[in-house]
Design a protein around this ligand. Structure first.
Ligand code: ATP
Length: 198
């Protein structure tokens, strides 16, 4: 099973690339989605979040209050604290899913995550793909998609690394400043290339 990491900043096009690859047969693990699922369903993690961030982290029906927690993380500067709680559980579960997919005969396993290169290049990945796009393009696209304010997006961007400085850690770099169609074409071509050279 080939293991590929796909990373890049907010609105850089990670999900769009992964959707193309999914259609071409890859299994995609969306790290953000899994993290949210675990924050809701993993009791140990849930208790830790409540202990550190307070009861307000979950609403009256027991669901994660994402906007409260995002506020704590991004506006109150507590991203690291949250990451320290979530990452070990996320890592453990990623490994379990990876093993399961291997047993199922999946050929290409992809981990899509904004946080992938923070501690250097993960050794367990065969390839790392980095998506780059102009900051203004990323803001416009994210604003349209999430209906969030430009200020909030800029704030989130300021908490992410400068991905231009991480190019040396990637095996493939895709720039996404053209049309959506161009991104989809580039994604398909890269998938073929990865399959061919492995
Ligand atoms: P996030 O990290 O915020 O989840 P992402 O990196 O996964 O973002 P996408 O969700 O793929 O980014 O793209 C963000 C939005 O921009 C989507 O609505 C997508 O359709 C759109 N988009 C991506 N690339 C282009 C492009 N080249 N032209 C126009 N729209 C684009």
């Amino acid at each position: 099973m080939i293991k590929v990491g796909v990373t890049g900043g907010i609105g850089s096009g990670k999900t769009t690339l992964c959707k193309e690859w999914e259609q071409m047969g890859a299994y995609i693990l969306y790290a953000d989605d899994l993290a949210k699922k675990l924050m809701n369903e993993n009791d140990e993690l849930r208790s830790k979040i409540i202990k550190v961030f307070g009861e307000q982290s979950y609403d009256a029906s027991g669901n994660l209050d994402r906007s409260y927690l995002a506020g704590q993380a991004f506006e109150k500067g507590r991203v690291e604290e949250l990451n320290e709680l979530v990452h070990p559980v996320l890592w453990e579960n990623t490994k379990l899913i990876e093993e399961e997919k291997k047993r199922e005969g999946v050929k290409v396993f992809v981990k899509e995550a904004a946080i992938l290169l923070n501690n250097g290049r993960p050794k367990d990945l065969d390839y790392v793909v980095l998506l780059l796009a102009d900051e203004e393009n990323r803001i416009d696209r994210t604003k349209d998609r999430d209906r969030t304010s430009e200020k909030q997006i800029r704030n989130r961007i300021s908490k992410q690394p400068d991905f231009n400085e991480l190019i040396h850690l990637a095996d493939f770099v895709i720039t996404n400043d053209g049309t959506l169609k161009e991104l989809k074409n580039k994604s398909q071509q890269l998938f073929k290339k990865i399959i061919e050279q492995t």
